[in-house]
Design a binder for this molecule. Structure first.
Ligand code: NI
Length: 193
C-alpha cells in the first residue's frame, strides 16, 4: 500500500485534539488522527505554516531530549525507531514540497506515490546519522515556509490528483503536513517519555 500510514491516518475517524476523547491513547496517534478543517481562515493558515516552519527546531529539541540509546529504540512496540522517524520526515516532506510545487505550476497534476514503509527500510533510513536528514529538513522547511507565506489566497485552492486520497488542494496539503510534523515529533517524544 502506498503512503501507507498516511492513508490510514486520513481515512480513519479522527480523534479530536481538544481532549474531548478520554479513551486510552493509541500510541500510533499521540496527537490524534488527521482531520481536515474545512473552515480555513488566513489566521489558521498562518498557524499551520508556522508549524511547518517550526519542524526543524521542534525535531532537534525532541532528539536532544532522547535518553541514551533512544535513537534506535522504537516509539512503540513494532514501530519505527526514532532514527527511522527522522529520516521518514525527510522522505515525506521532500515529497510534500514537490507535490505543492507541482500543484502550483501544473493543472491538477497526478501525484506520484511512494512506498514509505519500504523507504524506511533502505540502508540510509536504518543507519544514517540523523544530522543528514536534519540539515535537509532545515533548508527544505525554510524554503517551504517562504513559499507558503507568499501564496495568494486563491492559490491554496489549486489541486492535485492523488491516486489514493483523490483530489486534494494546497490547503489540504498544508493542513496534512502541518499535522504530520507534530505527529512524528510526538512519536520521538514518546521514546523519551
Ligand atoms: Ni508519516
Amino acid at each position: 500500500m502506498r503512503d501507507v500510514h498516511l492513508d490510514d491516518e486520513y481515512f480513519r475517524a479522527a480523534r479530536p485534539e481538544d481532549g474531548s476523547y478520554d479513551g486510552p491513547m493509541d500510541p500510533r496517534y499521540p496527537i490524534g488522527k488527521f482531520a481536515y478543517d474545512a473552515e480555513v481562515t488566513p489566521d489558521k493558515r498562518k498557524t499551520w505554516i508556522g508549524q511547518i516552519a517550526a519542524l526543524p527546531s521542534e525535531l532537534n529539541a525532541a532528539l536532544a531530549a532522547l535518553p541514551p540509546g533512544g535513537l534506535d529504540r522504537p516509539y512503540r512496540e513494532g514501530g519505527w525507531t526514532a532514527r527511522q522517524v527522522v529520516h521518514h520526515l525527510a522522505d515525506s516532506h521532500l515529497n510534500a514540497y514537490t507535490r505543492v510545487r507541482l500543484a502550483l505550476t501544473e493543472q491538477n497534476p497526478t501525484i506520484k506515490t511512494y512506498e514509505e514503509s519500504e523507504w524506511a527500510k533502505l540502508p540510509d533510513a536504518l543507519h544514517a546519522d540523523p544530522s543528514s536528514s536534519l540539515s535537509s529538513l532545515d533548508g527544505l522547511h525554510a524554503r517551504f515556509s517562504i513559499l507558503l507565506e507568499a501564496l495568494q489566497p486563491q492559490q491554496f485552492a489549486r489541486t492535485a490528483a492523488h491516486p489514493v486520497w483523490g483530489p486534494i488542494t494546497i490547503d489540504w496539503l498544508l493542513q496534512m503536513y502541518a499535522w504530520h510534523c507534530r505527529h512524528h515529533v510526538a512519536h520521538i517524544r514518546q521514546v523519551g517519555a
